[in-house]
Design a protein around this ligand. Structure first.
Ligand code: TXA
Ligand code: MG
Length: 334
């Protein structure tokens, strides 16, 4: 399959011929990758079963893993869901457009393949202009998981999408590098008490300023015990080819780094405190609040490094998203 790669810039995106071409590909049942403020997405018309099926094939994604549906106005929301309760309304007012996905009971117009067989559907109203214009030009809700091969780190730059999906999708839109670099926060509002299913840049404390109380999926707190409520969170995820070892103390990381160096194993260190490791003659990369995490993972693979030693940031509520992604990508935690 030939993949069309287009760069769209400027304020008058709706008149951009390349973007019109991409929208017409989606309208005709094709699939393509586009930038969002979180990570790049791989989109198809959410209402077209055979188009959505192409996403699962291109990514190698398990069919029980539901897709998030992207919208560019609130009329589209009402076509996709049965009911918007007070909590959801408050979240929409506070955080849309932006990096928050809300799970609702699904309208029957959304095919089961899109929701992975569930009776609920995750909806996201992104803030990235290119994403919004594309959805508006398509004039339909767009189902879009992250635009990576299943299990690999989500893409935050054009080069990541090209590496994973070139010649497997109809188009790739070149945008800026992703603003947040981690996937959206997911909150399930189909239950009486809203529940956090995936932490992200919209933190629990931000959410609790808007609605009184939310539950947190126990699997986000106790990493080994319970089965996650979001089907996709049960899989090993976000993983580079290199082995990832997560450390909760810098002393044990330093010890392990020296062991690997002695054995001539090629390593990198990912940390918030680069200076601490400057005496070691290895690549030291900064997490930068999660923004560069996936890029750094991919960089280590590009350099064919064997092991990535990651120093876990402080265990605070605001670091829940980054710690969640690190523990999902790690082969072991020390
Ligand atoms: O930031 C994002 O959300 C990006 C961009 C492209 O928008 N998308 C993204 O999609 O991260 P994906 O498919 O890589 O992750 C979606 C996650 C999966 O863990 C999936 O199981 C969960 O959302 N999910 C989707 N619909 C759900 C539902 N109805 N109930 C529970 N979990 C759901
Ligand atoms: Mg994903």
């Amino acid at each position: 399959m030939h993949t069309l790669v287009v760069k769209v810039t400027g304020d008058t995106l709706s008149f951009n011929n390349d973007l019109l071409k991409c929208a017409s590909i989606i309208k005709n049942g094709g699939i393509g990758a586009f930038p969002t403020e979180t990570v790049y997405g791989l989109g198809a018309n959410a209402l077209n079963e055979s188009a959505v099926n192409k996403i699962f094939i291109a990514k190698g994604r398990p069919s029980d893993n539901p897709l998030i549906v992207h919208i560019s106005n609130l009329n589209m929301l009402h076509d996709c869901v049965t009911h918007v309760d007070q909590n959801a309304k408050a979240l929409i007012d506070a955080f849309w457009p932006g990096p928050l996905t809300i799970v609702f009971n699904k309208h029957c117009s959304i095919p089961n393949i899109t929701s992975g067989g569930l009776s609920t559907i995750g909806i996201r109203f992104p803030s990235n202009n290119t994403a919004l214009e594309l959805i508006t030009l398509c004039d339909c809700p767009i189902a879009a998981p992250s635009a990576n091969i299943s299990g690999k780190p989500s893409p935050t730059r054009l080069s990541h999408v090209e590496f994973d999906l070139m010649n497997k999708v109809d188009f790739i839109i070149d945008g800026e590098k992703s603003l947040y670099g981690l996937e959206s926060t997911i909150i399930d509002c189909s239950k009486t008490v809203p529940t956090l299913l995936r932490p992200g840049s919209i933190t629990v404390s931000m959410i609790e300023k808007v609605i009184e109380h939310i539950d947190i999926d126990p699997s986000l707190i106790n990493l080994t015990c319970s089965k996650p409520l979001a089907p996709g969170m049960k899989y090993k995820h976000y993983s580079p080819i290199a082995k990832v070892i997560l450390f909760t103390s810098s002393t044990s990381l330093l010890k392990e780094a020296n062991n690997y160096i002695k054995r001539n194993v090629s390593i990198a260190i990912i940390t918030e405190n680069s200076l601490q490791y400057s005496s070691l003659n290895v690549l030291v990369l900064n997490i930068n609040n999660g923004k560069n995490l996936y890029h750094n993972f991919r960089k280590c693979d590009f350099l064919k490094l064997n092991v990535i030693l990651v120093e876990q940031p402080t265990n605070s509520p605001d670091n829940l998203a980054i710690i969640n992604r690190l523990s999902k990508s790690a082969d072991s935690i020390i």
